[in-house]
Design a protein around this ligand. Structure first.
Ligand SMILES: NC(=O)C1=CN([C@@H]2O[C@H](COP(=O)(O)OP(=O)(O)OC[C@H]3O[C@@H](n4cnc5c(N)ncnc54)[C@H](OP(=O)(O)O)[C@@H]3O)[C@@H](O)[C@H]2O)C=CC1
Ligand SMILES: O=C(CO)COP(=O)(O)O
Ligand SMILES: [Zn+2]
Length: 346
């Protein structure tokens, strides 16, 4: 059986902090709400969302630090002790993922209120959580509603929007890896999910110059593309349409680099290299990232080339069951150096 779960409402608009109450009412959510936010996103929108809700609901706020299993468990304890009926995540990908997994484990719904357009986990049903040192996605639930306030998202530094482009362009190599796994390992493949995911990647290639403006139209385009990627993952029943070897490379960097860059920035650079390995037009990937002002090399990522090479050689070990262009044995150091040099990444 294949179960596809999708958000019931998706709101995209100018000033939506006050809309949360109406959404919660329409969806018939219970009396007690828990607002999850981070240190920054509390000030950006979290506190205001909490205040707006307090007129109609019993509400409490919970600060969350990063997407780790400890934070998921802490949130779960809070939900159980406080007997909360639903959650709302006000933040970047990390806060949303913590809410997603806690919501799944506790069996209570959650609303996604993104403060950045830097990742495609806004509407997806899978959560990327760091557990025992490494991070990859696990099955969870999608938000019951997505409330994307363009004005809030626009307060994020431009770098975050460019990272969102990186997370979408990565679908090009993710889908190629998926097709490879389908042919070589007989893995389930969904033509529809793959097409939907590729649509977002093609959209950013076509609209790079508009996105570069960093205005409300840019934010709308990127958010819609990211939501579509989330839907593609839900249709596939896994992150396959949006996560291949370029994501393994980024997860490896998160594990070894002293100061990793943004998820979307790292997967964007990973896409350049994996596109080269697939024999695809990697220059087009690099060109798009350049046009939107996203990093295309180690220097721009702020990561020492040594970590880039190491991440390339260990990426295949991150999630061995996910077959990609890296194969079972991964890249040799020489092959990693060659690919990174040819593509200008180091
Ligand atoms: N589940 C899925 O399908 C997917 C999950 N992901 C995951 O999402 C995460 C990446 O998300 P990303 O958003 O890049 O990073 P984070 O959620 O880790 O946020 C990075 C930083 O940005 C801050 N921030 C958030 N919003 C704003 C804003 N408006 N202005 C200024 N700063 C802001 C955060 O603040 P604060 O300190 O308050 O949190 C945090 O310090 C990764 O963990 C990745 O694995 C990515 C793609 C798909
Ligand atoms: O980041 C994601 C899709 O963009 C989720 O991917 P993972 O399954 O690699 O965590
Ligand atoms: Zn991603």
């Amino acid at each position: 059986m294949h179960l596809m779960q999708l958000p019931r409402e998706v709101l995209l608009g100018g000033d939506l902090k006050g809309e949360v109450v109406n959404v919660a009412k329409r969806l018939g959510l219970g009396r007690k709400a828990l607002v999850l936010y981070g240190r920054h996103t509390k000030k950006i929108a979290g506190r205001e969302v909490e205040e707006n809700l307090s007129g109609e609901y019993e509400v409490d706020g919970l600060p969350v630090k990063g997407a780790t299993m400890e934070e998921v468990n802490r949130t779960l304890d809070e939900i159980r002790e406080g007997e909360f009926d639903w959650l709302i995540a006000v933040g970047g990908g990390s806060i949303i993922d913590v809410a997603k997994l806690a919501s799944f484990k506790a069996g209570v719904p959650f609303i996604s209120f993104p403060t950045t357009a830097s990742h495609d986990g806004i509407a997806s049903a899978n959560a990327s959580i760091k557990d025992l040192g490494t991070k990859t996605s696990v099955k969870a639930v999608p938000p019951v509603a997505v409330i994307a306030d363009v004005r809030v998202i626009k307060t994020a530094p431009y770098r975050y929007l460019a990272a969102g482009v990186g997370d979408m362009i990565s679908n090009l190599t993710a889908v190629k890896d998926w097709q490879l796994a389908h042919r070589i390992k007989g893995e389930y493949y969904s033509e529809y999910a793959a097409s939907l995911s590729l649509m977002s990647a093609k959209m950013v290639i076509k609209n790079a110059d508009i996105i570069r403006l960093g205005n409300e139209e840019s934010v709308r385009k990127v958010v819609k593309g990211l939501i579509s990627c989330g839907v593609a993952m839900s249709i596939a029943g896994s992150s396959r349409p949006a996560s291949g070897a370029e994501h393994l490379f980024s997860h490896a960097l998160d594990a070894i680099a002293p100061k990793p860059a943004l998820h979307g920035e790292q997967v964007g650079v990973g896409t350049i290299i994996m596109a080269y390995l697939h024999g695809m037009k990697w220059e087009r990937v690099r060109e798009t990232l350049k046009r939107v002002g996203a990093p295309t090399n180690a220097y721009e990522l702020g990561i020492d080339p040594e970590y880039i090479i190491e991440a390339l050689t260990i990426a295949h070990t991150i999630r061995p069951e996910r077959y990609t262009i890296l194969g079972k044995d991964g890249l040799t150091r020489e092959a990693a150096e060659k690919a990174a040099k040819i593509t200008g990444v180091v």
